[in-house]
Design a protein around this ligand. Structure first.
Ligand code: ZN
Ligand code: ZN
Length: 411
């Protein structure tokens, strides 16, 4: 008998380096993780270079690789994936950009790049999508809110290019930049012109919007300008169900991750109260994973919080969050008919405050899985496991073989 389902849990940024604050241990080593340890003990472990040794992965390229889509071939920038994740239907050839609501003061300077950390911009985004007219460029737009001050913009039409710069001055107190063509073809010129016109028109709409009038009266920063960046062309992805013979779903708070999932043909499962932060609704996520496995044989779950603690350089917070994740994973130990894969997408060492190329721990647990002597899920012990050191694109094929969905090579 083999299992028929795969639960693929990505603990974002889980890997780390020895931390002086934790007496030289990593946050994962010093966390209390009885559930992860028992899964490691009953399964097989290893370490993994998500892309290749020495390559520092982004969460986006790492997840593409983990899903078996070579990022070298499929990665076209963060914009289009983030647009998909915000609910925009992107077809191949469309241009996607990441966007931020920001505050432009009366002197024409960006005074807050996050518009006072505005919570909900849904109504403003709707006003922009309906009000901005780029028909003189032969283009149409889609504009959707993401979490907090974030949003995504998509352009469709003929002659578009993703070779355009950003208007984000990166530092507060500076003027927004003019979007420029980054190559000398006509498409880049036209796209840059269209984006500048988008920024001008959306600013007009936002400046006079009742929500912003109210924010100003309340002494809050108005969300009155859009900063765009990360332009990319939407690529063509061979759908996951056709590629692997199983349909799947994705559970994540990050628009980027759900965007990648949707782009490859996974369905998004919404969970109330998930934030992509250490205050996320872990129980809701775990329950949603269990429920989704009833109808989808493949479920990808991303838990983001540890990555955030790594970026903030907070090893104790990272350790405590890992312990808290573990407390919620108990129901996974009761799953039958399921191969459980747990790994990081990259390391986010607190000492680096960014992603590093250090390999991440990985474990596989379930029916038919060979075991090894590793009994703790840590960077150091997983390195002694039976999977040895693999690459990100190896992992899903190993899982597919365990559910009997890999094709035989040869006779
Ligand atoms: Zn990540
Ligand atoms: Zn990160």
């Amino acid at each position: 008998m083999t299992a028929h389902r795969i639960l693929f849990l990505v603990l974002d940024g889980i890997g780390d380096r020895p931390c002086p604050e934790l007496s030289g241990k990593t946050p994962l080593e010093s966390a209390r993780t009885p559930v992860l340890d028992s899964l490691a003990s009953g399964g097989i472990c290893g370490i993994m270079d998500t892309i290749r040794p020495g390559i520092r992965p982004g969460s986006d390229t790492a997840h593409l690789s983990l899903l078996g889509y070579d990022p070298g071939m499929y990665y076209t920038g963060r914009g289009p994936l983030e647009a998909v994740g915000s609910g925009i239907q992107m077809s191949p050839g469309m241009i996607g950009l990441r966007a931020n609501y920001a505050t432009l003061d009366s002197g024409g300077l960006i005074s807050d790049r996050r518009a006072g950390r505005i919570h909900d911009t849904t109504i403003l985004s709707k006003a922009i999508e309906e009000g901005v007219d780029l028909s003189s460029f032969g283009l149409s737009i889609r504009f959707r809110s993401g979490a907090g001050h974030r949003a995504a913009l998509a352009l469709s039409g003929k002659g578009l290019s993703d070779k355009v710069s950003s208007n984000d001055p990166k530092k507060e107190g500076n003027k927004p930049l003019t979007v420029k063509a980054l190559s000398d073809d006509a498409g880049a010129d036209m796209t840059a012109g269209a984006l500048n016109e988008f920024i001008r028109q959306s600013h007009e709409i936002l400046e006079t919007h009742p929500i912003n009038k109210a924010r100003k009266e309340a002494g809050e920063s108005p969300a009155n300008i859009i900063l765009v960046r990360g332009a990319g062309v939407m690529g063509q992805f061979e759908p996951f169900p056709e590629r692997y013979g199983m349909k799947g779903a994705v559970i994540s708070a990050a628009a980027l991750i759900t965007g990648i999932g949707n782009a490859v043909g996974l369905e998004t499962i919404a969970v109330p109260g998930i934030t992509g932060s250490v205050n996320t609704n872990l129980q809701g996520k775990v329950q949603a994973a269990l429920d989704t496995l009833e109808s989808f044989p493949f479920v990808l779950v991303n838990i983001k919080g540890a990555d955030e603690s790594g970026h903030d350089g907070k090893p104790i917070q990272k350790r405590d969050f890992i312990s808290r994740i573990d407390e919620h994973l108990m129901p996974f130990t009761q799953l039958d008919d399921t191969i459980i894969i747990i790994c990081g997408d990259h390391s986010t060492p607190c000492s680096v405050k960014d992603h590093s190329a250090d390999p991440v721990p990985v474990l596989i647990h379930g029916e038919g899985v060979r075991t090894d002597p590793v009994d703790r899920f840590t960077e150091a012990l997983c390195a002694m496991g039976g999977l040895c050191r693999i690459q990100g694109h190896d992992l899903l094929p190993i899982g597919l073989d365990l559910v009997n969905l890999s094709k035989k090579f040869g006779a």
